[in-house]
Design a protein around this ligand. Structure first.
Ligand code: NAP
Length: 238
């Protein structure tokens, strides 16, 4: 049976790798993103995740394709600054995309998953939730999504739905390069703290997502997996 999954923010970066991997694994996959993708445009639904109406419109269109039993809340923004310079606008934008949108997307797929008595939800957090400078709103949003994961896992387990979190370490994407320009000594310092000796790739994250999304992973629920090259064990970028 072909199952349908939604990946948010799959036009580039980690989301794109997750989209490709789930498609390879046999999921019929849709991409909710504000950015026009370079490929798979047929599976893209233009969505502004800061806007609840845009989100509900996207799912209304999607439901014509049958029940949605997979959701990967991947899209996120990292607006980085020290506490004293953190603005209310940036805080609210971060929360809208990184925390509110995942809740709204999960609410949109609940009925389908309950009816099918099967569902897989994976939330993408970040190692930064353990503590990283310049990330007041980002860290809070990622700690929040990890907490929501555990709540949803408890509430939904009886319906055959699992909810898990992946917390990536530094992954080579546009987001990482924007927040950590390659020429900055600090960036080299971060790479130097990764026991694996390299940045992660989007495919490294897609590997973990595919594991949680697998039908055979039904007894793995409410868990948090760091995919970080071991950096969570090391000193890390403080
Ligand atoms: P990315 O390269 O910036 O990709 C994020 C995607 O989400 C982009 O296509 C972006 O579109 C889209 N998006 C942003 N705001 C949106 C909105 N309002 N509505 C719809 N789509 C929106 O990010 P990434 O590095 O792949 O990160 C993916 C996830 O992994 C995020 O949740 C991030 O926090 C997490 N993560 C990343 C790293 C890392 O090192 N890269 C580490 C830890 C966690 P635009 O380009 O138009 O904004």
């Amino acid at each position: 049976m072909t199952r349908t999954a939604v990946v948010t923010g799959a036009s580039r970066g980690i989301g794109k790798a997750i989209f490709n991997r789930l498609s390879y694994e046999g999921w019929k996959t849709f991409n909710l993103d504000i950015l026009v993708p370079e490929e798979h445009e047929g599976s893209w639904i233009a969505t502004d995740l800061t806007n609840p109406v845009s989100i509900s419109n996207a799912f209304e269109m999607l439901r014509e394709n049958g029940p949605i039993t997979g959701l990967v809340n991947n899209a996120g923004v990292a607006l980085v600054d020290r506490l004293e310079n953190s603005s209310l606008n940036d805080f609210e934008r971060t929360m809208a995309i990184n925390l509110r949108a995942p809740m709204l997307c999960a609410q949109e797929v609940l009925e389908d998953m309950k009816q099918e008595q099967f569902g897989r939800i994976v939330n993408i957090a970040s190692r930064a939730m353990m503590g990283k400078t310049h990330r007041t709103a980002y860290g809070a949003s990622k700690g929040g999504i990890a907490a929501m994961t555990r709540v949803w896992a408890l509430e939904l387990a009886e319906h055959g739905i699992t909810v898990n979190t992946i917390a990536p370490g530094p992954i080579a994407t546009e987001m990482f390069t924007h927040a950590n320009p390659p020429d900055m000594p600090r960036t080299q310092e971060i790479i130097g703290t990764i026991p694996a000796g390299r940045l992660g790739s989007p495919d490294d994250i897609a590997q973990g997502v595919a594991f949680f999304m697998d039908e055979r992973s039904g007894f793995i629920n409410g868990q948090l997996l760091y995919i970080c090259g071991g950096i969570t064990l090391a000193r890390g970028g403080s």
